[in-house]
Design a protein around this ligand. Structure first.
Ligand code: MV4
Length: 614
């Protein structure tokens, strides 16, 4: 490994992770190159980068997954390395090998061979086993026949997990609870393996009923140094999607933590792995455990898989160790040595990450189908980090995943962190797209989460769904989403009663917008949230022309048209300030202005004539 110095790095990704990687580059004086699809022309990662290249249409397969288009952009820009972020091409060993074969361009990640070895699950299990890392009891060679599954069950008991060799992250796993289901589930696992990973080999494991999901962050350089940065607990998942991650795990005693961290370090050394990676473990939870008694050193834990990429949740580890993991990915790829010992890695305090997904938790976490960020006002203050790629006014891009931002909260201990998280989540204002912030607020008051006794089954099988619906109703910002067919008009007023200020929200569902004269409509500026905001107007136009009158007492701030001007339906005729709110007075129909009855600065009373339109 010869030392190099990167001057320019291409980031083969989008959204918050692309910006995260660019920030690390900028911190160490490296220029950044973005790639973008046609859906992301206005993306924050494009705005952030020093230069940007269009790599194709919105469909990921035609842009962010197009090997040649991305390598071509690297060559055109003169980038000397490619960072893949997570998702897209991050764990694609074929792409990594193509980058490795490109003169003058370095792959920022593990070697393509290392990725391929660990991506094959039976191979990864063998490597870990050789390094004395506990693996879930099961096979390290593929099985083919139902009799083999039954023989395994005779020895270890049911349930048995049948897993696809190429699988991971919840795909290609079947659970068999008894002999009658063996044949069908075996065939089904093979079919899924073939369909998803082009590999119909499957292997067996004893299925653990109530595991916690604990993963260890690793950094390994080209000089044989491997460090672990402690663990993250990702037990709060829904259908294999993590929603809240934290570090350290609330369930581990220090002795168990040390054992798991050291096991991960041994395994990665054995695999001769390089760059950042995560070793996933299942930790057997004791359902009758007293929450104040963490799991002790006698607890069983088992290697599950290695993720050969930077992960979404890497930030919680950064917050408790003070180590910039992405910066180290860059430095390691340049050939630098890790300059601290394992004993220097200190875990300080606690951090929790909330994935801010544009989904409606009350509707089975259905992703938003559109929207525009009418308001975007993220939280701040002590212990708050927001990794996002959003700006107020942006349209939601729905071509990729639904995660739009991450909120990472840290504190001296878990209790302080949860209290800060309640505060930060309450501060987070997003209007115009639905998010799972209400769900997160629910979790901050959820006994199982607060106790730290939740397992990977909690959200899918145990939680009372009606609580999620209530949270959405209580804290959701009543955004009119694209799939909403009834119109929700929401208005916010500030009123003073006896000199005390009150914020009042009025909501009108499904009906016509409030206080509507037949001839015009006034809307509060920020409140008409929602995409495709096409009002279903139905008033009739009188033959003599249309009069537009003031719907409330106030002051005219601006007048946008003169006599004789042509206006189209929806044009803002003037702005009327009333009750400290600016109200657009909108033309309901197109036509010619026959009379302008007011001027800027003038006070008007309710019912006063403003315009006549013919
Ligand atoms: C398991 C398991 C129990 N026992 N393996 C799901 C994702 C895939 N990568 C591995 N998974 C599991 N494997 C055995 N032998 C339970 C899961 C599992 C799970 C693991 C981690 C995080 C969340 C999970 C949710 C359901 C099931």
């Amino acid at each position: 490994m010869t030392d190099k110095t990167f001057e320019k790095v291409l980031i083969a990704n989008r959204g918050e992770i692309a910006v995260r990687v660019m920030r690390a580059c900028t911190d160490i004086g490296i220029e950044t190159v973005a790639v973008y699809s046609e859906a992301d022309r206005h993306g924050s990662h494009v705005r952030y980068a020093d230069e940007a290249y269009n790599v194709g249409p919105a469909r990921a397969a035609d842009s962010y997954l197009d090997h040649e288009a991305i390598i071509d952009a690297a060559k055109r820009s003169g980038a000397d390395a490619i960072h893949p972020g997570y998702g897209f091409l991050a764990e694609n060993a074929t792409f990594a090998s193509k980058v490795e074969a490109t003169e003058g361009v370095t792959w920022i990640g593990p070697s393509s061979d290392g990725m391929a070895d660990l991506g094959e699950k039976t191979k990864a299990r063998k490597i870990m086993d050789e390094a004395d890392v506990p693996i879930v009891p099961g096979t390290t060679d593929p099985v083919d026949e139902p009799e083999e599954v039954e023989a395994f069950a005779d020895e270890h008991g049911y349930p048995v997990a049948i897993k696809a060799e190429g699988g991971g992250g919840g795909r290609g796993m079947k659970v068999v609870h008894g002999p009658e289901a063996v044949e069908e589930e075996l065939e089904s696992a093979k079919r899924e393996g073939e369909a998803y990973f082009d590999n119909d080999s499957v292997y067996l494991e004893r299925y653990l009923e109530t595991p916690r999901h604990v993963e260890v962050q690793i950094l390994a350089d080209h000089h044989g140094n491997v460090r672990h940065l402690g663990e993250r607990d990702c037990s709060l998942q829904r259908r294999h999607q993590k929603v809240i991650e934290e570090a350290p795990s609330p369930a581990l005693s220090d002795e168990l933590r040390e054992q798991i961290g050291e096991a991960a370090r041994r395994g990665v050394s054995e695999a001769e792995y390089v760059n950042a990676g995560t070793v996933e473990f299942l930790v057997e939870e004791d359902p009758d455990r007293d929450p104040s008694e963490p799991l002790g050193p006698e607890t069983n834990f088992y290697f599950l898989e290695v993720n050969t990429r930077i992960q979404v949740e890497h930030c919680v580890t950064e917050e408790i160790t003070g180590i910039d993991i992405v910066k180290w990915q860059l430095r390691i790829a340049q050939g630098e040595q890790i300059d601290y010992d394992q004993a220097d890695v200190e875990i300080d305090g606690h951090a929790i990450e909330f994935r801010i997904n544009a989904e409606n938790a009350a509707e089975e976490f259905a992703p938003a189908t559109g929207g525009k960020l009418e308001t975007y006002d993220p939280p701040g203050g002590i212990g708050v980090r927001v990794d996002d790629a959003l700006r107020q006014g942006d349209d939601l891009v729905t071509d990729y995943d639904s995660m739009v931002a991450k909120l990472i909260v840290s504190g001296g201990d878990r209790t302080e962190t949860i209290a800060r998280a309640r505060r930060a989540l309450a501060e987070y204002e997003i209007d115009g797209i639905v998010t799972i912030i209400p769900f997160h607020r629910l979790m901050m008051d959820d006994d199982r989460f607060v106790d730290g006794t939740h397992t990977t089954k909690y959200l899918d099988e145990e939680i009372d769904r009606s609580r999620i619906e209530e949270a959405q109703a209580q804290w959701g910002r009543e955004t009119a989403t694209a799939e909403t067919d009834e119109e929700v008009v929401q208005r916010q007023y500030t009123v003073e009663v006896d000199g005390k200020r009150f914020e009042v929200e009025l909501e009108d569902r499904g009906g016509v917008p409030i206080q509507r004269e037949p001839s015009s409509e006034q809307t509060q500026r920020p409140e008409r949230a929602g995409p495709g905001d096409d009002d279903s107007e139905s008033a009739t136009v009188s033959a003599e022309g249309e009069t537009v009158t003031a719907e409330m007492q106030g002051t005219i701030l601006e007048v946008n048209f003169e006599d004789g001007d042509e206006v189209a339906a929806g044009d803002v005729l003037c702005v009327l300030e009333a009750m400290k709110m600016e109200n657009d007075v909108v033309a309901e129909y197109g036509g010619t202005i026959a009379q302008v009855a007011v001027s800027a600065g003038e006070s008007v009373d309710m019912g006063d004539l403003l315009f006549v339109i013919e």
